[in-house]
Write a protein that binds this ligand. Structure first.
Ligand code: AMP
Ligand code: MG
Length: 494
């Protein structure tokens, strides 16, 4: 286990051409304080969790002191936002401190979000609101708990200086951990400024660190593109199956390692509605639940264009043709798992088609429906039925479902265990998250952030001792979202 003084930073990004970044230290803040610390994040980078108790911990991660060996920088990038190219983006408030290699040899980027304006800030203040930082902090851990690839969180540090949005607001720095911070937009910047050498340099950098097995292949760039495409399809299939809506799938928010990246106005659906977006700024619904898979394709095609000097466009097109079938297969497999079914034939397709129609037509909680379904047909599944307005319809569907279950001959207990391992009991519902934010912002009470972090690190089962220790009432956290709080939306600005 390392301590703060010997984290052993490497700084491979700063060794690249200076056009790719601005060397920049975080701006100091007055009296930083710890809002929450995530021991699981510390474990990931091999840092002794006891280090969080030292005052230096907040000083280092608020950006007041520089960790030994760290050479901080802000990354340059551009990207497509809501379908239009924006040539001027970049880390306006983000600072990459460098990379830490853990005991297993895994290299992790340590990034501060909200650490002061950089040359990419475009007149903005370089800071992040406490509410947005809490949202991203918890999202990383909640998605990880659901086994969805994502950036992770180490800590959230409050700062005393107020920042100005519509009103004065509290601010915080998020300490983010990721296997990479290279985005599709990082490549786009150099493609659109006619700088293919930098595109190649970035590709070589990512291949070297993430795909060393293909470094000597003649068609390594094509293979690289194909692999990122697969990872992206997998990621979005996971989002869809869990009802997660990213909300801002701009190409600068798409990471080349296929992790969920840059959380803004994201949300989990309460009820199945392909038109739902948690982003109130997205009036056209470009990034709504039902669009995410095709937006993934669109984003990959934009990224593919930026690789045109490295990969023949024909080859890009051939790889792109793999996206939809790959996504379909992954999504189908995941829904099969949610239903506890392994035979995914045309009867399965019909069954799932009518299920999603029923879920759309009825006021049923998406997460809790699947969770309750594992009790069928032997346990108490009455709770499944009551929310459907037409009892006959759901019973007819359950009969069809039972036929497919019987066809597979899987023992009830085994199926139940497998289903409960993929259908969470707890998710990061918007109103739970908002409650944690309100307590933090209005009362400086951070206990609800900790409670949600602990609850969501394993959302698939009850853990009575841990729940007791953190005063978690599982029934409360597992219940449907109250009607008055359904479908909450947030704006982009934070
Ligand atoms: P995001 O919505 O966080 O993905 O940010 C989009 C772009 O705006 C990125 O280039 C950010 O660095 C930049 N940005 C957002 N908020 C701020 C801020 N308060 N100060 C500086 N740059 C910002
Ligand atoms: Mg972003």
């Amino acid at each position: 286990m390392k301590n703060l003084d010997n984290l052993n930073f490497t700084n491979t990004f700063i060794d690249l051409s200076p056009e790719l970044y601005q060397a920049k230290s975080p701006d100091p803040v007055t009296e930083p304080y710890l809002i929450d610390f995530n021991p699981a994040g510390a474990k990931l980078i091999g840092l002794d969790p006891a280090e969080s108790e030292r005052q230096e911990f907040v000083e280092y991660f608020a950006g007041n002191k520089l960790l030994t060996g760290s050479k901080p920088l802000a990354m340059a990038y551009s990207g497509h936002q809501f379908g239009s190219y924006n040539p001027r983006l970049g880390d306006g408030r983000g600072i990459l401190l460098g990379e830490v290699t853990n005991g297993d040899g895994h290299k992790w980027d340590i990034h501060l979000k909200g650490a002061g304006p950089t040359r990419f800030a475009r007149g903005f203040d370089g800071r992040a609101t406490m509410r947005a930082s809490i949202r991203e902090y918890l999202a990383g851990e909640a998605l990880h708990g659901l086994n969805i690839p994502t950036t992770r969180s180490l800590a959230i540090i409050g700062i005393r200086d107020l920042i100005y949005r519509q009103t004065p607001e509290l601010a915080a720095v998020l300490v983010r951990i990721s296997d990479s911070h290279v985005r599709f937009g990082s490549f786009e910047l150099f493609h659109y400024t006619n700088n293919p050498n930098r595109v190649q340099e970035l590709a070589d950098h990512v291949i070297h660190h993430h795909h060393p097995d293909i470094e000597n292949e003649a068609d390594r760039y094509r293979i690289f593109f194909g692999r990122v495409l697969q990872k992206t399809a997998f990621l979005i299939a996971k989002w869809q199956a869990s009802g997660f809506v990213h909300g801002v799938m701009n190409t600068d928010n798409m990471c080349v390692t296929g992790v969920t990246f840059d959380y803004g106005p994201y949300g989990f659906i309460d009820r199945f509605d392909p038109g739902y977006t948690p982003n109130s700024s997205d009036t056209g619904g470009r990034y709504s639940l039902g669009k995410q898979a095709q937006i993934g394709y669109w984003n990959l095609s934009k990224w593919g264009e930026s690789l045109c000097h490295l990969v023949d466009p024909e080859d890009i097109m051939e790889e792109m043709a793999e996206y939809q079938p790959t996504y379909n297969k992954m999504y189908r497999d995941l829904i099969g798992q949610k239903l506890g079914l392994g035979v995914l034939d045309s009867e399965f397709t019909e069954l799932t088609g009518s299920l999603f129609q029923l879920l759309y037509d009825n006021p049923v909680d998406y997460t809790n429906f699947f969770r309750a379904l594992s009790h069928f047909p032997e346990g108490n599944y009455e709770g499944l039925i009551h929310a459907f307005s037409n009892r006959n319809e759901i019973e007819e569907w359950l009969n069809r479902y039972q036929r497919l279950i019987e066809r597979e001959d899987s023992p009830f207990e085994e199926r139940k265990e497998a289903m409960d391992g993929v259908n969470p009991k707890f998710i990061l519902r918007q109103y739970l998250l908002q409650n944690a934010i309100d307590k933090a912002v209005k009362e400086a009470d951070f206990s609800e952030i900790e409670r949600l972090r602990v609850l969501l690190e394993d959302p698939f089962r009850d853990r009575p001792e841990i729940f007791k220790k953190y005063n978690i009432d599982p029934d409360l956290y597992a219940s449907d979202t109250p009607d008055s709080l359904l479908g909450m939306q947030l704006s982009c600005s934070a």
